[in-house]
Write a protein that binds this ligand. Structure first.
Ligand SMILES: [Cu+2]
Length: 89
């Protein structure tokens, strides 16, 4: 079995307000294939208050749309790390 996923340390995410819900762009290190993208999206999507998570392998960005009253943004980096990746910005 290919070993494409790695573990890493945490970093501070950036936060921006956008329309309905709040949108946060996370730069995630370690995504190397479609499986990685799916794993990161799944880890974030299943969190309480998260409306959607969209990962872009080309630029290593993950856009999370969430309800700021429900989701704890500090947990996003932790969820990404538990999936085996690292949030770097
Ligand atoms: Cu992968």
């Amino acid at each position: 079995m290919a070993r494409c996923c790695r573990r890493g340390q945490s970093a501070q995410p950036k936060e921006t307000q956008a329309g309905t819900g709040t949108e946060m762009a996370l730069k995630v290190e370690g995504m190397t294939c479609a499986h990685c993208v799916a794993a990161v999206e799944k880890a974030l999507s299943k969190m309480a208050g998260v409306k959607s998570a969209k990962a872009d392998l080309a630029n290593n960005m993950v856009t999370v749309t969430y309800d700021p009253n429900t989701a704890n943004t500090a947990d996003f980096a932790r969820a990404v790390e538990q999936a085996g990746y690292r949030v770097v910005g």
